[in-house]
Design a protein. Structure first.
Length: 466
């Protein structure tokens, strides 16, 4: 059950050795193949750039749960102690206990972790009472490997064409092999429910390479049953981030829209967000009276006001985001050269106030806005950062999404759905199921971006709840 740790900290491995005679703890950090002691790491942090930024050291508390503890059976003199000592629990047992406790607090019914190492995916399932694990081969010669190779983190027009019609041979040739990523043991637990309304919540925790998977539309029961119909999906960040998630009271009505940051770069497809009419702060590419320039200072001021006056609200960002050389340097672009850097979202002033505070619910409608496709994104990326900055629910994209006419329509639908309900993932599921129905009944082949005016899974299936 160390898959959760391996997934989150694939660039940082730690080992802990305890010398019984001295009880001094030393740690070794293996970064990009080089081994550093804790002192060396502290003295030469600049040497880790750009592989590991300073903020990565904050995630060490997470990776330390993946340590191995050794107690020798004798003291310095070589004599075996006469009094038996209670052996510590195996670290993997501790990880399971910690994770189960967090799952209960987060309302997760099933946790599925998938870690890609070489040509093998190691998976583990955990529920309140069950556990299972296994492996999947994903080499180029396997069906899963071939299907994964067809996807990358940029939407291609050819895939827009092939996935245009639900249930078509072209679509199933791409998605059916990927359904193996949801093992039968997981499907059985999800399907075991007392009524159609008893939809279980599945938390997916996966390696960055699996961010290209269109999880909601995986045909886990043939073309007539997609994963989003079987369960309520949530993408798991890391235990450290999940532990920071706030639990606000259930809203008495629709959430007000506190911040609407709409196309601050002025380079997206022209269109109008309905949220701009009722948002407390509307920010864009120019200062036009009702719309303020989405500069860093103006956005920070709007978010700070929101934190103190309207914390239970929705903030919506429709912009561009860039994947940095590591997840902490991923950015959400604002007007001009301004930006919000993922690492800043994890920082706080001495008073405990976040550098960039976020309200209850946040939507990041931009390319790869979750930062999940980069190593460490689950811990220090944009979506994780929004949670660390105060959001209890975040919707963000797994990969780059196409800026087509349907995308703007989807943005308006996201705002409409996510303003309601106490659970953002269930609200997103309702929208996904509606869009799935539209795809099934109205899907057609589109050969040009301007033709994509209706539901298309290569857009909406990459909007995930965190």
């Amino acid at each position: 059950m160390l898959i959760e740790r391996a997934r989150v900290d694939s660039e940082i491995a730690t080992s802990l050795e305890r010398d019984e005679s001295s009880w001094n703890v030393t740690a070794e950090y293996v970064v990009d193949g080089d081994v550093y002691t804790e002192d060396e790491a502290a003295q030469s942090r600049s040497d880790f750039q750009p592989i590991v930024p300073a903020l990565v050291f904050r995630s060490m508390e997470v990776s330390l749960n993946a340590t191995t503890v050794r107690r020798p059976g004798s003291d310095d003199s070589g004599h075996t102690p006469t009094a038996p000592r209670a052996e510590p629990e195996h670290p993997s047992t501790l990880v399971v206990k910690d994770l189960r406790s967090q799952l209960r607090r987060s309302g997760i019914d099933v946790w599925l972790g998938l870690h890609l190492e070489g040509k093998t995916i190691y998976w583990a399932m955990l529920t309140a009472s069950e556990a299972a694990s296994g492996t999947l081969l994903v080499g180029a010669a396997t069906e899963i490997g071939s299907a994964l190779a067809e996807f990358d983190d940029h939407v291609r027009l050819r895939k827009m064409d092939l996935l245009g019609i639900a249930g078509s041979p072209d679509e199933l040739a791409l998605t059916e092999p990927l359904a193996a990523l949801v093992p039968q043991q997981v499907r059985a637990v999800l399907a075991d429910r007392t009524s159609s309304a008893d939809v279980k919540r599945l938390a997916l925790a996966f390696s960055p390479e699996l961010s290209v998977v269109p999880w909601p539309i995986l045909p886990v029961g043939g073309p007539d049953q997609r994963l989003v119909e079987l369960c309520c999906l949530r993408v798991w960040c890391s235990q450290g981030v999940e532990g920071k998630r706030t639990s606000p009271p259930e809203p008495l009505g629709p959430l007000p829209i506190s911040v609407c940051c709409d196309d601050p770069t002025g380079t997206l497809r022209p269109g109008r967000l309905f949220a701009a009419a009722s948002a407390h702060f509307v920010l864009g590419s120019a200062d036009t009276g009702r719309v303020e320039l989405a500069s860093r200072d103006n956005v920070a001021r709007a978010l700070s006001w929101t934190r103190h006056n309207l914390p239970q609200s929705l903030a919506f960002f429709r912009s561009h985001s860039d994947q940095g050389y590591d997840a902490a340097h991923s950015t959400l672009r604002l007007a001009g050269e301004d930006e919000i850097v993922a690492g800043e979202l994890h920082g706080r002033y001495g008073t405990g106030e976040p550098f960039v505070p976020m309200p209850t619910r946040v939507v990041l409608s931009s390319c790869s806005s979750s930062s999940m496709s980069g190593h460490g994104g689950a811990s220090i990326g944009l979506a994780a950062g929004c949670i660390a900055a105060g959001a209890s629910g975040v919707v963000a994209t797994g990969i780059d999404v196409a800026d087509v006419p349907f995308t703007l329509d989807l943005d308006n639908q996201l705002i409409s759905y996510l303003r309601h309900g106490a659970e953002h993932d269930r609200q997103l599921r309702e929208l996904h199921i509606r869009l799935l129905h539209e795809w099934r009944t109205g899907g057609r082949t589109r050969r040009w971006p301007d033709e994509i005016t209706e539901s298309h899974p290569l857009v909406w299936s990459y909007y995930w709840a965190f």
